[in-house]
Design a protein around this ligand. Structure first.
Ligand code: CA2
Length: 144
């Protein structure tokens, strides 16, 4: 079982600003958290963060035939990107959407998620734990 974890723009700034919304932990802490729980769950993981939409699209395409699941926090591209939605649909790899914050309680422009159409579930507002919940959901659904 191999999972791809994708993180979108500005998530590399975690812990540097807006700790009230995104917490005090850094992006390096998030990577460590993901690697640790993947080790516990016995799954291989690849983790990528990019500020560039096309790099994220390329990563999704490259996962075709390689990854069994995708956990994606598209960050701001959540609310704008048909390209990420199309890429997820194209590869048809089971995917779960994650947000650190509870986007349902934030600004109107954060209420739209394009990628959600191609995702089996969304975990928002659970902080880092959302990534683990997403991975566990993908493990549960393997084979369906
Ligand atoms: O809650 C989430 O995980 C988001 O995907 C984070 C995005 C935001 O655009 C989405 O609406 C919800 C923003 C990521 C930027 O993270 C920052 C971290 C520290 C300082 C500034 C931004």
């Amino acid at each position: 079982m191999k999972l791809l974890f994708l993180n979108g723009p500005n998530l590399n700034m975690l812990g540097i600003r807006e700790p009230d919304i995104y917490g005090k932990q850094t992006y390096a802490d998030l990577e460590r958290y993901i690697r640790d729980f993947c080790g516990e769950l016995g799954v291989d993981c690849e983790i990528l963060q990019s500020n560039h939409e096309g790099v994220l699209v390329d990563a999704i395409q490259s996962a075709y035939g390689q990854a069994d699941g995708i956990v994606i926090n598209p960050a701001a591209y959540t609310h704008t990107s048909v390209a990420l939605l199309d890429a997820l649909k194209a590869v048809d790899i089971p995917a779960v959407e994650v947000h650190l914050s509870d986007v349902s309680r934030r600004e109107d422009f954060r209420q739209i998620s394009y990628v959600r159409q191609a995702c089996r579930a969304t975990f928002a507002g659970y902080g880092f734990e959302g990534y683990r919940l997403a991975a566990e959901r993908l493990l549960c659904q393997k084979g369906q």
